[in-house]
Design a protein around this ligand. Sequence first.
Ligand code: FAD
Length: 276
Amino acid sequence: MTKAYSFELFPPKTEKGMTNLQATVTELQTRNPAFFSCTYGAGGSTQNNTFATVDWLREQSIDTAPHLTCIGNSVTETLEILQRYVDQGINRVVALRGDRPSGTGLIDSELTHANDLVALIREHFNDHFHIEVAAYPEMHPQAANFAADLNNFKRKVDAGANSAITQYFYNVDAYKRFVDETSAMGIEIPIVPGIMPITNYSNLKRFSDACGAEIPRWIAKRLESYLDDVDSIRAFGEEVVTQLCAELLEQGAPGLHFYTMNQTAPTLALWDNLGL
Ligand code: FAD
């Protein structure tokens, strides 16, 4: 099976950010990815930024997979957004629950989990969309335990997900085991590793603590020791993540999904090192 490579973007909030994103996409597009995905701020005020980014991508005729979260949006709003994407010729979405924006307290939602969103999409749009869902090789931080999280992952697949993209991780074994366990549960959809380049330790640490991704001690200790030496952080990060990707591909991963953070260089360095 040919491996699929994709790039994730986040919607910029400023004109300068948009100009930067457009340059990034133009350069990454030369590598012919399967698609670009664009994140969506759950229940927040950044949704129009996602629409603006998706609009621009579609104007360039780029295969686009908007992310869509279900908490904080009504069913009616969710269906309107999906219809908008149908009208734009989009046939792939990343269906997520999302996280409550900090400080907003509890949001009442008609759809409470990603499997509800997947089911809604299938109910209203049949097979129009290829539906991607999230997977957590190191367990979703709010899951009661690993078995429960695996069962909840299966709910999304049973509801009609076509493939999955993982949270980023730096432990190959966690991914391998996740794939083995889900396969033993009869899950056959491709589970594509999400790859986070390492370019900055403090941001990565903060983000990893929040989303439940582990930075292995041997990596963390080295990154810590570089302090503000950005070049050393990048060089070490590039070496570690290249090795991670190479092992994943060798072990049969169906592709890679790069969290580009709207930057070209870190992702392209990995791409070129891997000879993709
Ligand atoms: P779910 O699959 O609903 O799971 C959330 C939790 O609930 C898990 O602990 C699960 O075990 C449990 N659970 C699931 N279903 C049920 C059920 N039916 N009953 C009881 N418990 C259940 N966030 C954004 O805001 N915008 C984005 O664009 C975005 N993009 C992402 C892309 C990827 C590839 C990934 C991995 C994450 C992304 N996130 C994004 C973050 C994501 O929204 C959070 O991780 C969120 O906490 C969970 O979303 P989910 O779709 O995995 O939720």
